[in-house]
Design a binder for this molecule. Structure first.
Ligand code: TMP
Length: 206
């Protein structure tokens, strides 16, 4: 790949505030940078169809490995159709979830083999990793209370213990790769969170 943009992913358990942070960052950066926002699973016509299948509460028969493969399929399409072209054009990408979600949710959450998932991630991304990952860390109870008004999707219905395992998994990922994954305290105010996130992004861009 020739001239590159910058790839930033946001990660965290359900209710950690990634989506709000993404919207705030996009609004803040739009005037000064060529920045685009994407979400996972989703972000392309095909990937959004896979998302509907994955989050549909009626699909409770999906087994763990199928689930991992579907997330990987959605990611593969997004990487080739949107992420690589945008990076070649020198854009900044802010992704609401990426490959670490698979390790945290299907690995630490569901208990699938981590090495299998790492291989799967390499396969579906061609080895493309974010330059910077912001992990929004929050207590699962606090995350759940933020989501209380929403109708839970298939993954959110898994409950509190599932979210606790995922949170612990994310923190392990951060220990393994501290230069890429930075932890933010997601219980602070939206304003503080944006300020801290923006500081980390500017450091990564300079
Ligand atoms: P969202 O609600 O943050 O948009 O994400 C959809 C759900 O999919 C969320 O519960 C996390 C889950 N997920 C995985 O289990 N594995 C993955 O690889 C991704 C990208 C998301």
């Amino acid at each position: 790949m020739q001239k590159r943009g910058t790839f930033i992913s946001l990660e965290g358990i359900d209710g950690s505030g990634k989506t709000t942070l993404k919207e705030n960052l996009l609004a803040l950066m739009a005037g000064n940078y060529h920045v685009i926002g994407i979400r996972e699973p989703g972000g392309t016509v095909i990937s959004e169809k896979i998302r509907d299948m994955l989050l549909d509460v009626h699909n409770d028969g999906i087994i763990g490995k199928t689930e991992a493969l579907l997330y990987a399929a959605a990611r593969s399409q997004l990487v080739e159709e949107i992420i690589r072209p945008a990076l070649i054009q020198g854009k900044i990408i802010i992704a609401d979830r990426y490959m670490d979600s698979t390790i945290a949710y299907q690995g630490y959450g569901r208990g699938l083999d981590i090495e299998f998932l790492e291989d799967l991630n390499r396969l579906c991304t061609g080895g493309l990793k974010p330059d910077l990952t912001l992990l929004l860390d929050i207590d699962p109870e606090a995350g759940q209370s933020r989501r209380n008004q929403d109708i839970p999707d298939r993954l959110e219905k898994e409950g509190f213990e599932f979210q606790a395992r995922i949170r612990a998994g994310y923190l392990k990922l951060c220990e393994k790769d501290p230069s890429r994954i930075k932890v933010l305290d997601a219980s602070q105010t939206a304003e503080q969170l944006i300020r801290e996130a923006m500081g980390m992004i500017e450091a990564a861009l300079s």
